[in-house]
Design a protein around this ligand. Structure first.
Ligand code: FES
Length: 104
């Protein structure tokens, strides 16, 4: 099982905020959606766009490159031009911070 890595302080991200983090050289986009934290790969499955640089609408992130949207909770693509889901990672909120475990 993947180990957890601390990526943010407990109150660092307000609801609607996002943050780019790196775990073992892998870029991960972290989101606070109405108080619950979610993490996905920071690579759009359409053409590699940096998802953490996109706009967050509720639980949807819009790729800044060509406008594909993904559900940050499930990783599911919600509109073209993306058709493949983006990888979702386990997030744990602990008293001392937000932790993420990346899956291979
Ligand atoms: S790279 Fe994300 S929509 Fe094209």
């Amino acid at each position: 099982m993947a180990s957890l890595t601390k990526v943010a302080e407990p109150n660092e991200l307000a609801p609607g905020d996002k943050k780019l983090v790196e775990i073992d050289g892998r870029a991960i986009a972290l989101f606070n959606v109405e108080g619950s934290f979610h993490a996905i790969d920071d690579i759009c499955t359409h053409d590699g766009g940096p998802l953490a640089e996109g706009e967050l609408f509720g639980r949807e992130i819009m790729c800044p490159r060509h406008g594909a949207r993904f559900d940050v909770v499930t990783g599911r693509p919600l509109c073209m031009p993306a058709v493949e889901p983006v990888a979702v990672h386990l997030v744990e909120l602990r008293p001392d911070g937000v932790y993420v475990a990346i899956e291979d």
